[in-house]
Write a protein that binds this ligand. Structure first.
Ligand code: FCB
Length: 478
């Protein structure tokens, strides 16, 4: 595997194209203070949903238990050279067996919301047909445990672990997969819907498109731009069909998409940089936001892809109506901004984290939250991912000193608070992640958790950031 990590590559991506369009509308770009100057005594609205997030393949392990089928990530991670050190999610944080202790950790932290994902191959081992009761039972126990501890469950239906059987039938390139997803969603709604108040459909469709189909650094590991954007369409079709499936059950639960959004800024003052940044924003943000929230794909992106592209030919009459079925909330995942050059490349403006694709720019949180509210609102927002990887170590006295993570979270939360003060209807904020876990192609190298996982023993240790976060939650602010 190339040592270039996914978003670095990703940022070289959609860049070929520089045509059309006017400047990026993602907000301001303070030159001097990346935090936007927030800080101090900041209280969040009463009842604010302080949370943490995980996903099934990254924490559960138990890859062969209770009837679970294979997913594309089993195949991908077991293929030599695909992940760092050949790491897989076979064991991960062993959460499948340790969920009760992990629930107690969440209670001890004072979490009010927990965002997790449901593993499709646990529910439908072959991606279709009668649901596997043992799979449903695991999530039922998890969700009951959350309620018993006063924590509100937020469930993601798809966090990248497509059943391998469906991949063998064409995966997301195959339109039929969207309909299989709707059936799976319906099975989950019937099995668990009475106890889950908030659903997210597809986690970061863009990451599947870019890392899975443009660069090949994620499952299924292809490098095929034509396929990539057809996949983008089918993922969004799947989203819309799942929204409709939930409504058809008569449920009062809420549902929405989970999108990783990147504020895009021109790298210099030229008109060319403004144009390139606008198109970059189209590929990063509007391709998903406009379709789901406005019912149309952005014209500049479609024109750039070409009338002959597989996506253009794959859009069937009525698809956009399905894709734009009304949602109840928008889940925003923010990690990094992009600075776009006149030729459509990107440059790095701020210090990066252990993940070299991540520039630390808290003000981007403010910009993206205010931008979606301005352009697509009013719509309830939740931040479902934000966090920082570090090479955390367990010291001899049993502590993990991750002050860098505390600084990162404090500044991003302050930026979110500023957005709330300016009228953004933000309801909750989930740190990525509750636990150290399997970070996809990076394996176990990057630790993103509030809670340290000692993988040889699976012992959990609250990092300094976890203790700090408990106080934030207790104070409902910073
Ligand atoms: C997001 C993913 C999540 C995790 C974080 C670091 O793109 O949704 O699973 O990998 O990045």
């Amino acid at each position: 595997m190339s040592m270039l990590t996914r978003r670095r590559l990703l940022s070289r991506a959609a860049l070929s194209a520089t045509a059309g369009a006017t400047g990026c509308d993602a907000g301001t770009d303070p030159d001097t203070d990346p935090t936007g100057g927030s800080g101090g005594n900041l209280r969040f609205p009463t009842g604010f949903g302080w949370g943490a997030a995980t996903s099934a393949y990254q924490i559960e392990g138990a890859a062969k238990e209770d009837g679970r089928g294979e997913s594309v990530w089993d195949t991908f991670s077991r293929t030599p050279g695909r992940t760092r050190n050949g790491d897989t999610g076979d064991v991960a944080a062993d959460h499948y067996h340790r969920y009760a202790d992990d629930l107690d950790l969440m209670r001890d932290l004072g979490l009010r919301s927990y965002r997790f994902s449901i593993s499709w191959p646990r529910i439908q081992p072959d991606g279709t047909g009668t649901p596997n009761q043992r799979g449903l039972d695991f999530y039922r126990r998890l969700v009951d445990g959350l309620h018993e501890r006063g924590i509100s469950p937020m469930a993601t239906l798809f966090h990248w672990d497509l059943p391998q059987t469906l991949q063998d039938a064409g995966g997301w390139e195959n339109r039929d997969t969207a309909y299989r997803f709707a059936e799976y969603a319906e099975a989950v709604f019937h099995g668990l819907g009475d106890r889950i108040p908030a659903w997210l459909t597809i986690n970061e469709p863009k990451t599947v498109v870019q890392n899975g189909y443009l660069y090949g650094h994620h499952a299924p590991g292809f490098q095929d731009p034509q396929a990539a954007y057809l996949v983008a369409h089918h993922l969004q079709l799947a989203h819309g069909l799942a929204v409709r499936a939930l409504r058809a059950t008569g449920s009062a639960a809420r549902i929405g998409p989970a999108l990783n959004l990147h504020p895009c800024y021109p790298a210099d003052d030229s008109a060319e940089a403004a144009r390139a940044s606008r198109l970059y924003d189209g590929y990063e943000n509007r391709l998903y936001l406009d379709s789901i929230l406005k019912g149309s794909y952005p014209a500049d992106v479609l024109a750039d892809l070409g009338a002959d592209s597989r996506i253009a030919r794959g859009i069937v009459d009525g698809d956009l109506e399905i894709i734009s079925s009304p949602v109840d909330l928008l889940a925003v995942q923010y990690y990094t901004p992009y600075y776009v050059t006149p030729t459509g490349g990107t440059v790095t403006r701020w210090p990066t984290s252990q993940a070299d694709w991540q520039q630390i720019y808290p003000n981007g949180m403010y910009d993206i939250l205010t931008r979606v509210t301005r352009d697509y609102g009013p719509l309830p927002l939740t931040v479902t991912e934000n966090g920082l990887p570090q090479a955390d170590t367990l010291s001899a006295d049993g502590t993990v000193d991750d002050t860098g993570r505390i600084d990162f979270l404090r500044e991003h939360m302050a930026a979110a608070h500023r957005a709330v003060s300016d009228g953004v209807p933000l309801e909750s904020y989930h740190v990525w992640s509750l636990l150290d876990n399997f970070e996809w192609a990076e394996g176990y190298d990057q630790r993103w958790g509030l809670v340290y996982v000692d993988y040889p023993t699976q012992r959990r240790v609250l990092k300094r950031s976890a203790h700090w976060y408990r106080e934030v939650i207790r104070a409902n602010g910073l």
